[in-house]
Design a protein around this ligand. Structure first.
Ligand SMILES: [Fe+2]
Length: 138
């Protein structure tokens, strides 16, 4: 097997093409799509832990831990650029949810298990996290 043999999704690339401003691109790509991975990865890891251990699952688990660690950095970088774009546009970070509603009118994805630690490290405020969870989490 070689790189490129397995099909993968290109949601981030498509979202990058659809968003036409720095503000919208940083809201959608790192702070929405990539940040959703911060919530999903721990759930996948939990499922793997329930399975019988073997060498392949160990590799997958180790890889997912690296991906999760790196994804926090990706989202944090996007958060820095998102805040910069907010300053340039003269808007507050509250614009985030309006942008997400614009690009995902079918409904804002509200993860069941927000990864508070990772999302805080990546720049999400408690105000945002509480709004996403529809309850006081922090
Ligand atoms: Fe990423």
């Amino acid at each position: 097997m070689q790189y490129g043999d397995v099909e993968v999704h290109n949601a981030l690339f498509e979202a990058s093409q659809r968003t036409q401003t720095l503000l919208e691109r940083m809201a959608v790509v790192p702070r929405y799509l990539e940040a959703n991975g911060l919530d999903a990865t721990p759930m996948i890891l939990q499922k793997i832990q329930r399975l019988s251990k073997n060498a392949m699952l160990e590799k997958i688990s180790n890889t997912l831990h690296v991906i999760l660690e790196e994804e926090v950095v990706h989202v944090k970088k996007g958060d820095v650029w998102f805040s910069y774009a907010c300053e340039l546009e003269g808007v507050t970070n509250d614009i985030y949810f309006k942008i997400i509603d614009k690009y995902y009118p079918q409904g804002f994805l509200r993860p069941k298990n927000l990864n508070l630690k990772a999302r805080k490290e990546a720049g999400f405020s408690c105000k945002e996290l509480n709004f996403m969870a529809k309850k006081e989490l922090c």
